[in-house]
Design a protein around this ligand. Structure first.
Ligand SMILES: [Zn+2]
Length: 94
């Protein structure tokens, strides 16, 4: 799935990764241009992810930022958060 929307104006917006979610976001202040392969989940859907899963992900991100862990590990955990959000959103999981 390509989670990127190209506007007629030439700017790029990220689409929420949850299927059929209409939400998009543009580049955030202070951020460089949206990268190819960048992924995003909107706030409404991020809220569906369990607190424990998000805590595990946040810890991995802190570890990566401080050089104790890898960004790959943090990304893998983000992908688990994403799966959880999608499974709940489409009704596979409650
Ligand atoms: Zn969404």
């Amino acid at each position: 799935m390509i989670a990127v929307l190209h506007n007629p104006s030439g700017t790029i917006r990220l689409l929420c990764e949850v299927p059929h979610c209409p939400r998009t976001r543009g580049r955030r202040k202070g951020e460089t241009e949206i990268q190819d392969g960048e992924r995003w989940i909107c706030g409404d859907h991020w809220r569906l992810v369990s607190r424990s899963m998000k805590a595990i992900y946040r810890r991995a991100r802190r570890r990566a930022a401080s050089g104790k862990g890898s960004w790959e590990a943090a990304h893998r955990l983000w992908m688990r958060c994403r799966r959880e959000a999608i499974e709940i959103a489409v009704g596979i999981k409650s």
